[in-house]
Design a protein around this ligand. Structure first.
Ligand code: ADP
Length: 674
């Protein structure tokens, strides 16, 4: 027993020490964890931010790599083939402009006029007639003879430029003659056949004809003029009529004319404005980027540029211009081609695509055109990345959608930690309490068992000693008179039955412990059973000087196991005697109320402390430090009694008060056990 106690004590101490150490370590770790958590979360955010912008930059790079894949440098010789390929490229929503330049850097698409360097030879006859025409037109204001001279010069024209110039003069003169019909006819000739022809200043002749056409104010000619203008716009867009610095002014005049005459034209012709816008866009492309492209093409050394599918990136980033052009340089005698990428809208799409993917936090990404200044201090978790190697000063800037998110995230996490820790601590404390309680209960039980052994030995020894003593006296004929002899034999009988009851209790207890308490129910007269218990104790009661008050209703019948019920009643009665002190009165009552039989023993003895009433039915339990009439018992009597009564489907209740006495009541259900 002692070994058991010691090892248990040691285990408890080890357990408590382990719990305390674990809890301390956990608390320490959690506190330092929360401290580090802010830094860790910040790192996590920055890592995620970097991943996102790296992805966007990579997707941007990939996008560029993949476009233009079907343009093979070898195809750069055939202009028609090139135009077809570029048309295919234009389908891409992020390609805002495609372009072609000839080997010396002149724009073919969009078509931009260059200064005419061809030295043309005009015949003398042409020059003479044309000069006479001009003289008649401007000096004599004789338009008819001017027309004649111009027609004469036309037949002596030796080149296309001279011819175009004459058609323009003829149209002009007809206009002055108010012969609008003829004038429009001449202009149409230029638009249809000589649209590409430019004068010595690089200005296409159509640029002269259009403003003149627009001076016709006769409403009858609005439709033919409209058609002519429409043709011109289409030719400009199709890169047939070369654009020029004067084109923009002409487009404005056309737009104004259109607005003035809109009322005559039907709604279908609204595409005018659209056509003008498209041409304007091309013009502004040439204006803002033309020089850069030309210079880039002319520069021989750009080997440091990365090639993407044969295209070299050309990033223009000056003033308000920000563009990424990809140019494929043809060698001498072949064309240079390229396209402009609408970087802004492409990146916006790539950003949106990437941000729609799952991420731990919400971010916003900006595309900025200068290197951002970032202060890493405080909680500024902004990160940036250069968009690509060939887009200097273009950056992706990423930050959290909500700056306070980390703080609130940490707060939530800290809360969760705290709750978990508290729960853990609570659980550990509960565990310790339970273990300690369990151990003290075990210890108490083992103490009870030890006491049991000593008291049971005593209980056994006392009657055995008397039996031994009295039997010996009789056997050795020490007792002479019969009266004393009988008295001795009575004592022997009484002690033997006391022993039997004790042993019965122990046997019943051990059966009950093993769940083997088998009862033999039969209809029994409970009134008689109680009376027989009194009779059996009669001598003892009298010896101790007790007064018994009985109140037993007659012939109360119930189905019980008479032997064990007798044992139970007997236990209660003998307790009543043993735990009485000065007042030696015992009350025995048996009554029937409705379907129940009540068997009650009441004493006026020492009573049971209130906090122990529930414990007295526990096995081996005995109240400490009480005076007893006889020696200590076994601590099993009430345990066995309760087992027996409950096996009958009945109940046992106690009422007791210290120094006033105790009442034990067995309640049996008549209806049970039938
Ligand atoms: P024991 O053999 O010790 O009497 P029991 O199980 O019969 O064992 O009783 C358990 C304890 O309950 C007793 O030791 C005693 O302290 C208390 N007890 C039982 N009956 C009475 C009673 N009538 N009056 C006072 N105390 C009692």
């Amino acid at each position: 027993m002692k070994i058991f106690h010691k090892s248990h004590k040691r285990l408890t101490i080890i357990f408590i020490v382990l719990v305390v150490i674990t809890a301390t370590i956990l608390t320490y770790l959690s506190i330092s964890n929360i401290k580090n958590l802010r830094e860790l979360t910040k790192k996590e955010v920055i890592d995620e931010e970097e991943k996102i912008i790296y992805d966007i930059a990579e997707n941007f790079q990939q996008y560029i790599n993949q476009i233009g894949e079907n343009i093979i440098p070898g195809a750069l010789i055939d202009i028609i083939e090139i135009k077809i390929r570029l048309k295919e490229l234009e389908v891409d929503p992020f390609i805002s402009q495609t372009f072609i330049l000839d080997s010396v850097g002149n724009f073919i698409k969009p078509y931009f006029a260059r200064i005419n360097t061809n030295n043309r030879q005009s015949s003398n006859l042409f020059l003479k007639n044309y000069t006479l025409g001009e003289r008649n037109e401007y000096q004599s204001l004789n338009y008819s003879s001017a027309e004649r001279y111009y027609l004469a010069s036309l037949s002596s024209s030796t080149n296309i430029i001279d011819s175009t110039k004459v058609f323009n003069a003829l149209a002009r003169v007809s206009l002055k003659k108010s012969d609008y019909e003829k004038s429009i006819k001449y202009y149409k000739v230029i638009l249809d056949n000589y649209y590409e022809v430019v004068d010595d200043y690089g200005i296409p002749y159509v640029n002269y004809t259009i403003p003149q056409l627009l001076t016709i104010s006769d409403p009858a000619y609005i439709i033919p003029i409209f058609n002519a203008l429409h043709d011109m716009l289409i030719l400009l867009l199709e890169d047939k009529i070369p654009m020029n610095t004067s084109t923009s002014g002409i487009l404005k005049q056309i737009a104004n004319w259109y607005l003035e005459n809109e009322y005559v034209l039907d709604d279908n012709n609204k595409d005018y404005i659209d056509l003008i816008d498209q041409i304007e866009k091309q013009l502004s492309f040439i204006r803002s980027k033309g020089t850069y492209i030309t210079e880039f093409i002319k520069s021989s050394n750009n080997s440091n540029q990365t090639l993407i599918n044969g295209f070299s990136p050309l990033s223009i980033n000056v003033d308000s211009i920000n563009a990424l052009l990809l140019v494929m340089k043809g060698n001498d005698n072949i064309y240079n081609i390229g396209f402009e990428l609408a970087t802004g809208s492409l990146i916006k799409k790539l950003i949106d695509d990437r941000l729609s993917q799952d991420a731990k936090f919400d971010y916003k990404v900006d595309y900025v055109l200068e290197e951002p200044v970032i202060k890493r201090a405080n909680d500024d978790l902004t990160t940036y990345l250069r968009l690509s190697a060939f887009t200097p000063n273009q950056y992706l800037l990423i930050k959290m959608q909500d700056d306070k998110l980390i703080s609130s995230y940490l707060l939530r996490l800290t809360g969760a930690y705290t709750i978990a820790l508290l729960l853990l601590a609570f659980g550990l404390i509960l565990g310790v309490i339970l273990v300690v309680r369990d151990i003290s209960r075990e210890r108490k039980l083992s103490q009870l068992q030890t006491d049991f052994v000593s008291s049971i030995s005593h209980e056994l020894k006392t009657p055995l000693t008397s039996i031994h003593l009295f039997t010996e006296s009789i056997l050795l004929n020490r007792v002479k008179d019969n009266k004393t002899k009988k008295e001795y034999l009575n004592i022997i009988l009484k002690e033997t039955s006391r022993l039997m009851r004790l042993i019965n209790n122990m046997l019943d207890f051990s059966k009950a412990e093993q769940g083997n308490l088998k009862l033999n129910f039969k209809e029994t007269n409970i009134s008689e059973l109680v009376q027989s218990a009194i009779d059996e104790l009669d001598q003892w009661i009298k010896d101790k000087g007790f007064i018994i008050n009985k109140k037993i209703e007659n012939d109360l019948l119930a189905n019980v196991d008479p032997d064990s019920l007798l044992q139970a009643i007997f236990n209660l009665m003998s307790n009543a005697i043993r735990y009485s002190d000065k007042v030696k009165e015992i009350y025995i009552r048996v009554k029937k109320v409705e379907n129940y039989i009540y068997i009650e023993t009441e004493d006026k003895g020492i009573g049971i402390p209130e906090d122990e009433i529930n414990l007295i039915f526990t096995k081996f339990y005995q109240i400490d430090d009480i005076k007893m009439i006889t020696g200590k018992g076994s601590g099993l009597g009430l345990t066995v009694t309760k087992e027996i009564i409950e096996a009958h489907g009945g109940k046992i209740v106690v009422k007791s008060k210290v120094n006033a006495g105790s009442t034990f009541t067995i309640i049996l259900d008549i209806a049970a056990n039938k």
